[in-house]
Design a protein around this ligand. Sequence first.
Ligand SMILES: O=c1ccn([C@@H]2O[C@H](COP(=O)(O)OP(=O)(O)O[C@H]3O[C@H](CO)[C@@H](O)[C@H](O)[C@H]3O)[C@@H](O)[C@H]2O)c(=O)[nH]1
Length: 217
Amino acid sequence: MSCISCKCSGKISEAILVTGGGGYVGSHTVVELLNANYCVVAIDNLSNCFSGEKHDKPESLKRVEKLTGKKIDFYYVDIRKKDDLDKVFKKHKISAVIHFAALKSVGESTQIPLEYYENNVGGSNTLFQVMQENGVKNLVYSSSATVYGLPQFLPLTENHPTGQGCTNPYGKTKYFVEEIGKDLCNAFPNIISSMGQYLNADVKGAYYRYQSYIPVG
Ligand SMILES: O=c1ccn([C@@H]2O[C@H](COP(=O)(O)OP(=O)(O)O[C@H]3O[C@H](CO)[C@@H](O)[C@H](O)[C@H]3O)[C@@H](O)[C@H]2O)c(=O)[nH]1
C-alpha cells in the first residue's frame, strides 16, 4: 500500500508529523521513522538548521533523503502560526505528532526569556490546538532533563519530581509544556501523550526516558 498522504512508498498509510524535523534529534528521528517505513511530514522554521535556499528543505533532511532513498514532505512552518500549521494538517492525514521544535539554549534563555516562552510554550499550545481541531490524538513531546531542576536524588528516575527548582527559563518552558500535556490528557482521556526527558545527547544518538501520561487508546 502506498501512503495516501504523499504517495510515497511508505507501508503505513498515515503520516507522522515531526516538528523541528530539520534539527539534530528531529532529523535523526526522521531517519528511524523512514527506516521503519513510516511516511514523514516535517516542519521547521529553520531558526537552527541550514537551508541552502531561503525556506527550502533543510540540508539535514536532504541528506536523510539521500541516506534512506525516501522522500520527506517538508514545509517551512513556524509552530506559532496557526493557519500555516492547519494547512499542513489539512493536506496530510497525520496520525501522530513528534514535537521537537523549540529553542534549546539554557544560557540564551536567561537573556531572552520571553522568546523562549513564546516559541516553546506559545508555539506548543498552538500546535496542540491545531492537533485537537484536526482530531490528532497521538503526541510524543521532546522534553528535557532540565525539568528535574536540581536533583533531589541520583540517578534521576521518572519518579523524580519535576518543576521544582528549575534553574533557567528553558527548563521551565519544557516543564510548562509537560503540564499542558498532562492537563490535555486529563480533559480528553483518549489522547495518548509521551514526554521524553533527555538525560544527555551525543553523536551516537540521544539517551532519554519516557513518561507516558494517561496511555489510553
Ligand atoms: O520555534 C521554533 C524553534 C526551533 N525550531 C527548529 O527546531 C529544531 C530544533 O533542533 P535543534 O536546535 O537541533 O535542537 P536538538 O538538539 O535537536 O534539541 C532536541 O532536544 C532538546 C533536549 O535536549 C529539546 O529541548 C528540543 O526540543 C529537541 O529538538 C531546529 O531545526 C529549529 O530550526 C522550530 O521549528 N521552531
